[in-house]
Design a protein around this ligand. Structure first.
Ligand code: ATP
Ligand code: MG
Length: 508
């Protein structure tokens, strides 16, 4: 953050001082980080008192101050120096995506104050030369954010969110990590409702925006793909005329956003085209489905070998490359940075090969129909032959759980994924869970299949692990994927740990 006095922060957020005098507030500076976890607060920090599942942050205010916090941003006095804010009309709705446990609006009040503080800090840093890069899309925001951090790092100091921080809490929290030394601030922006992305962009207006794709993630909440597209378009709409909007035009809904922004548009595609600025040409995959292609841009070209897995990463990497080129990177610099950028965020296409030759693709962090197809295609590719090929095709296992939040389309989409797995010739599908949606996936596979044993239904992750432990053979490839709430990540971890884990083969 920028160092600020408690008095100035109170002024920015419109809060009242409690348990601190005006004089003290005017002379005490917040010099540390802003934290919502009291254990993370250090000297000079600012602690956000937010409601959680099991406890209320207000109960940890004293502990945060004992750990060095200069003050607490809270919804009521807490007996230690605090800036107290009260709920505003509508704030609870705006914060609903980020706070599940906000029963009295206190969380919304603190989040609204956090947004104001982040906006003030962002404005000051931008005036001082900071470049903000915003990324949205239905799938691939975190993957692209990680690639972006890698390609921008050679150009200056980068702040990017850890993991998938992308909502009304994680986004402003990330903004507040930026300091006067920061050159590039990368922000992941997600939406559950129309207006969410516009609100995030208003906190920290991006000079460069990336739109990856418009899929069906959270379709249940939005109602239609068009509504999702309109919400994603809030990002290019927020970029000023002096800025740049990077569009993945292989998605027609994204391509159409060119008409919705005043900013200069840079078009990115897998293929060359009259209007395309950055493109890949033919893509080859190595044995672990890492893409290689020629990157074309600015009248030049360079060979790129990605260190992340799956053909779907091509579009993500092209968008990241386009941003870096806009920021002044050379093609060789971009290629080198991409080659060194392996999987960073946990449980997203993390590939490891055990000592016994079983390859596990841990993609259990989340799932929607698009990312399920992307994961299954990577599985099919990796199993198409054994590395060094002595035994022909490797057996492939898809251990799949529910895709959450698909609304009325849930049954059809699960059925389609079951069919898709069989069409890709996945050797064994293990459907984890026995509800209606998983039934649909299982039956989709059985209907599409020919001998009836393509799919096995199990009650839960433990049962799936038992089947795998009993039946996996050296050389098999296993994809583990579901929405995070299903909890298959632990299964994937256990699977890798099961045999003297060894991820040498995942490294280059
Ligand atoms: N461009 C893409 N198209 C389809 N699937 C993708 C794409 N990029 C990544 N994925 C897959 O989508 C899943 C989620 O990836 P990632 O975490 O990068 O997305 P996200 O947009 O950040 O998701 P969230 O909305 O949960 O934050 C992973 O399984 C990943 O392999
Ligand atoms: Mg994410």
């Amino acid at each position: 953050m920028i160092e600020m006095t408690i008095a100035r922060i109170a002024d920015i957020v419109g809060g009242e001082l409690a348990d601190i005098t005006a004089e003290e507030a005017a002379s005490t500076r917040v010099t540390g980080t802003v934290e919502f976890d009291s254990r993370a607060v250090g000297p000079g920090g600012l602690f956000l008192a937010l409601p959680g599942a099991r406890s209320d942050g207000h109960d940890f205010a004293a502990a945060a101050v004992a750990s060095g916090a200069a003050a607490v941003l809270a919804a009521r006095p807490v007996g230690v120096p605090a800036i107290v804010v009260s709920p505003e009309p509508g704030a609870a709705d705006a914060a609903s995506g980020a706070l599940e446990f906000d029963t009295d609006g206190s969380g919304a009040a603190v989040l609204a104050a956090l947004a104001k503080l982040a906006a003030a800090v962002a404005a000051e840093l931008v005036a001082d030369g900071l470049t903000i890069v915003g990324v949205t899309g239905s799938s691939g925001k975190t993957s692209t954010k990680d690639l972006l951090a890698a390609v921008l790092e050679p150009l200056g100091q980068v702040i990017a969110p850890p993991g998938s921080f992308n909502n009304e809490l994680g986004h402003p929290w990330t903004v507040l990590r930026a300091t006067p030394e920061t050159d590039y601030l990368i922000l992941e922006m997600s939406a559950r409702h129309p207006g969410n992305i516009a609100a995030l962009a208003a906190i920290a207006p991006p000079q460069i925006a990336v739109v990856l794709n418009v899929g069906t993630a959270h379709l249940g909440e939005f109602g239609s793909r068009e509504a999702i597209a309109n919400t994603k378009a809030e990002l290019p709409q927020a970029v000023p005329a002096s800025g740049v909007v990077i569009l993945n035009v292989d998605d027609t809904a994204v391509a159409a956003m060119a008409a919705k922004t005043e900013a200069r548009v840079v078009r990115v595609s897998r293929e060359p085209g009259s209007e395309v600025d950055v493109w890949a040409g033919p893509v080859a995959l190595d044995d672990l489905a890492r893409p290689r292609f020629t990157l074309h841009a600015n009248g030049g070209e360079v060979e790129v070998a990605l260190a992340v897995h799956g053909d779907h990463q091509v579009g993500n990497a092209l968008c990241a490359a386009a941003v870096a080129l806009q920021c002044g990177a050379g093609l060789d610099q971009v290629a080198a940075a991409l080659a060194g950028a392996g999987p960073v965020s946990r449980r997203r296409m993390q590939v490891g090969t055990r000592a016994d030759g079983v390859t596990v693709i841990n993609d259990a962090y989340n799932a929607n129909p698009d990312s399920m197809r992307a994961g299954l295609k990577a599985l099919a590719w990796m199993s198409r032959q054994s590395p060094g090929d002595l035994h022909g095709k490797r057996r492939s296992w898809a251990v799949l759980g529910e895709m959450a939040e698909l609304g009325d389309d849930a049954i059809t989409e699960h059925d389609a994924i079951g069919r898709f797995a069989v069409r890709l010739d996945v050797s064994r599908l293990i459907v984890v869970g026995t509800g209606r949606t998983m039934n649909a996936m299982h039956h989709g596979a059985v209907m599409e299949g020919s001998w009836g044993s393509e799919s096995t239904m199990v009650d839960d992750a433990d049962a799936a692990l038992a089947v795998l432990r009993a039946e996996l053979q050296p050389g098999d490839v296993v994809l583990v994927k579901a929405s995070n709430s299903v909890g298959l990540g632990a299964l994937a971890d256990a699977l890798v740990a099961a045999e003297d884990a060894d991820d040498r083969n995942a490294d280059r």
